[in-house]
Design a protein around this ligand. Structure first.
Ligand code: ADP
Length: 376
């Protein structure tokens, strides 16, 4: 069984150990040499160029992704050439465009923040007037880690993005939505096979700093019952409604008035599920491979009562994470370190740490302290 992954980042990298265990022949098309998943890279190629992508696809049975950037035109050409693409172009399209995502989620009856697609500062101004003078504006395409998300209080504050849209041959609009008064952010991941089997992990809490995921607590504290049920029902409904195959991560807001709203979707393993490598019976990377190959899914329960994952970001000094191993490994023998093998740039995710155990305060301390020692 040969699985091809387009994109050579850390998500593809973390599929490698699961592929080894299951005897799956994993092949990666990386953008450049020396990427995180370089160990499994059988080709360097440009995911925007049909010929290069089709050449890669000809050597595998099923193709999946490390990111959501493969253009629709390339995805359609893959389908026409008979490539098995999981998730498929229609599902991926919804994750590629935040306006289409909001419209589609609403069509499925999912709870979302109040939103509009706006094409001018005047339209943005009208939305602001209707929402007590504050809103969140997002670029529909290409945003990540909070880039492309801005809180605005005046209509002119998105003029640069409107100007960029005017230059863009594809045209389009900006997404504007209410500033959600949330108590905390949650994330619910599920995996779905083409034959229909779906399994979800426990809902988790994710803590963001400057728009970037900093920490994840599994399960989300005090979520048993209503919150866990609602989150799972939403994610399963989206996976089935959009015919998603593979892992689907749904980012959620838990509002101060007790509602659960959908923020974002990712149709691949997601940062909020990294804890599952060390904290769940089946990791999201193994589950993704099982799902895209349409073989039975694994159990998704916690191995220990708590798992806390903390990201390690590159700092201004630019040293490597492994330069710091001596003290981190000595001081925290129980913490699980995952190094993405990336050259550190300030603010770039270069690895993560997970700690597991039966006392949340201890587990959270271990994960945070280890990540702090590894930060360069
Ligand atoms: P990205 O695609 O860059 O991850 P998101 O849409 O997930 O962008 O937004 C990043 C972060 O910005 C969210 O995790 C949340 O903290 C904050 N945010 C996004 N939308 C809203 C909103 N409508 N109300 C309040 N905060 C928001």
């Amino acid at each position: 069984m040969k699985v091809g992954v387009i994109g050579g980042g850390q998500l593809a990298r973390m599929m490698i150990p699961a592929a080894i265990d299951l005897g799956i022949d994993l092949r990666v098309m990386a953008e450049t040499g020396g990427m995180s998943a370089g160990l499994a890279a059988t080709m360097i190629g440009d995911y925007r160029i049909v010929d290069e992508v089709l050449r890669f696809c000809s050597s595998v049975d099923v193709v999946t992704f490390d990111h959501e950037h493969v253009p629709q035109s390339v995805l359609r050409a893959m389908i026409e050439a008979g490539v098995v693409v999981r998730p498929g172009p229609d599902a991926l399209g919804v994750a590629q465009d935040k306006i289409l995502m909001r419209r589609t989620l609403e069509g499925l009856g999912m709870p979302v923040p109040r939103w509009a697609a706006v094409e001018s500062a005047a339209e943005l101004g009208t939305f602001l007037e209707d929402h007590r003078g504050v809103a969140v504006v997002k670029t529909a395409r290409g945003g990540y880690d909070g880039k492309g998300v801005r809180i605005v209080r005046a209509a002119h504050e998105a003029d640069d993005w409107f100007a960029a849209l005017a230059e863009d041959a594809r045209g389009g609009a900006l997404l504007v939505e209410e500033l959600v008064d949330f108590r905390r952010e949650l994330a619910q991941s599920v995996a779905r096979r083409p034959s229909g089997e779906v399994r979800g992990w426990p809902v988790v809490e994710s803590i963001q700093q400057d728009g970037v995921c900093a920490e994840v607590i599994a399960p989300a504290p005090s979520s048993a019952g209503r919150i866990a049920d609602a989150a799972l029902e939403i994610a399963v409904g989206i996976a089935e409604g959009l015919d998603v195959t593979g892992v689907l991560a749904v980012e959620l807001f838990e509002t101060t008035d007790e509602r659960i709203l959908v923020n974002e979707l990712a149709m691949r393993p997601h940062n909020s599920g990294h804890w599952s490598l060390d904290g769940s019976a089946t990791s999201q990377f193994e589950q993704h491979l099982r799902a895209v190959l349409d073989v039975p899914l694994g159990a998704t329960g916690l191995r220990q009562p708590w798992a806390v994952m903390v990201n390690v970001l590159g700092g201004p000094e630019g040293g490597s994470m492994s330069d710091r191993y001596a003290s981190a490994l000595a001081n925290h023998p129980g913490a699980r370190i995952h190094n993405y093998g990336k050259s550190p740039r300030a603010g770039r995710k270069i690895g993560h740490v997970t700690a597991v155990g039966d006392d949340l305060a201890t587990v959270a301390y271990e994960a945070r302290a280890t990540a702090a020692e590894l930060s360069v």
